[in-house]
Design a protein around this ligand. Structure first.
Ligand SMILES: [Zn+2]
Length: 113
């Protein structure tokens, strides 16, 4: 599957780099990483942000044929070298598309502050 098709089909936005598909246990998983140019401090807009680790999140998206499809994206943890702000990078992803019953509870959004 081409990257542009992936973008169109699953709503993956600019900001992610498509790495590879992984077919296992009847599930298709597409791995996405965050592009380097998005490592910018949200506080001071400095590009001197370094990666301190990452966690992964996956979301189920439109099935391909009968196979469930998961988008597995990394969420890099970064620290700004200029102002010390720590932040996570999570470029826009499509909202969870509920084409199949979800086994996990919906994430509740809490207002910060
Ligand atoms: Zn900063």
């Amino acid at each position: 599957m081409s990257q542009s098709l992936l973008y169109r089909a699953f709503g993956v936005r600019e900001g992610y780099e498509y790495v590879r598909p992984d077919y296992r246990a009847g599930t298709v998983q597409f791995y996405l990483t965050v592009k380097a140019e998005f490592f910018v401090c949200p506080a001071c807009q400095s590009a001197h942000a370094i990666r301190k680790g990452a966690r992964a999140r996956s979301l189920q998206t439109l099935p391909s044929g009968l196979k469930p499809v998961l988008l597995v994206t990394e969420v890099p943890k970064c620290e700004c070298m200029d102002c010390g702000t720590k932040f996570e990078l999570a470029p826009l992803l499509p909202r969870r598309m509920s084409t199949t019953p979800s086994s996990s509870p919906p994430t509740s959004t809490r207002a910060a502050g």
